[in-house]
Design a protein around this ligand. Structure first.
Ligand code: CP
Length: 320
């Protein structure tokens, strides 16, 4: 695996290898010294053109826990503000010979373009409405820890599916692991032909009881240039998940950030069924595993210069 551009490109075996690797980083995370030397001397660029709290912080912490050198760029406040193009920004940062570039961009396909322009391994941290593969992997990891297996489980993805890269990546990932997926929301927020991805579609929560997992999506008002719902109040009435709609055996998930009081009520967020905090914690372990798989296992390392005595990738059991 040279890049992580989308879940679509991963086999079930590759997904499981990343999840197994993340499990070993969970063990490292319990130690007093949580850092390993695996990526010592290698550089990781984190390049975010859209706002982020979870993805940027967990990739940056993952790089530091693996002892990499980190360059963190947010488009706001960088030379992007002065009109520098994505291509020129990537060329500039490539001068540091990064081993990996983690990129979030509003344009679907941006990560693929960066992969074509750079020698680095490219990780798609969200490209427009297209994909958010590391989110899907961390969600699988959090769910696997709670349920063991997704085989035959019913997962409902509820909310603004139309604008959601998480919906697309997770639908593909859940299906790959054997789950049955239903997407649910008002017709204006469900993409036409989404059934082609192998899911069922519902425009009401009437049959939500059948779900083992209720995966709620944020209403992405920043991506809505027209009116997709009559009003927030009506959306809340018909689609908000609250503690009355959530059964005691159901697991509640949300990728964050949550519009508290819109797609989720406060009591649902804070309920025992909520896996939201575990999702965030899983992000660190899974993103360490992604960097490890790309750079220490599957990445093509250039030959070291003559006389270089740097060690081969270190097994993750050894502290830095
Ligand atoms: N889920 C997710 O991508 O969150 P951030 O936007 O905070 O990174």
């Amino acid at each position: 695996m040279k890049h992580l551009l989308g879940i679509e490109q991963l086999s079930r075996e590759e997904i499981e290898a990343i999840l197994d690797r993340a499990e070993s980083f969970a063990e490292v995370g319990k130690r007093d010294i949580k850092k390993v030397p695996t990526l010592r001397g290698r550089t990781i660029v984190s390049l975010f053109y859209e706002s982020s709290t979870r993805t940027s912080s967990s990739f940056e912490l993952a790089a530091k826990r693996l002892s990499a050198d980190l360059v963190s760029i947010k488009a706001a406040g960088s030379s992007v503000d002065k009109g520098e193009s994505l291509k020129d920004t990537v060329a500039t940062l490539s001068a540091y010979e990064p081993a990996a570039i983690v990129i979030r961009h509003p344009y679907a396909g941006a990560a693929q373009m960066v992969a074509e322009w750079s020698e680095a391994a490219v990780i798609n941290a969200g490209d427009g409405k297209h994909e958010h593969p590391s989110q899907a992997l961390l969600d699988l990891f959090a769910l696997r820890r709670r349920l063991d297996s997704l085989e035959g489980k019913k997962i409902w993805i509820v909310g603004d599916v139309l604008h959601s890269r998480v919906a697309r990546s997770n639908l593909i990932a859940f299906k790959a692991m054997g789950a049955e997926v239903t997407v649910c929301g008002p017709p204006t927020l469900i993409p036409r032909d989404i059934e082609r991805l192998g899911c069922a579609v519902s425009h009401s929560l009437d049959e939500l009881d059948e779900a083992d997992v209720v995966y709620v999506l944020r209403l992405q008002r920043e991506r809505m240039k027209e009116s997709f719902i009559p009003s927030i109040r009506e959306y809340v009435t018909h689609f908000q998940i609250d503690s009355r709609r959530l059964g005691p055996r159901q697991i509640l998930m949300h990728p964050g950030p949550v519009n508290r009081g819109i797609e989720l009520s406060g009591d649902a967020i804070d309920s025992p069924q909520s896996l939201i905090t575990e999702q965030v914690a899983s992000g660190l372990m899974v993103r360490m595993a992604i960097l490890y798989e790309l750079l220490a296992v599957g990445g093509e390392r250039p030959a070291p210069p003559v006389g270089d005595e740097s060690p081969p990738p270190t097994p993750i059991g050894q502290p830095a």
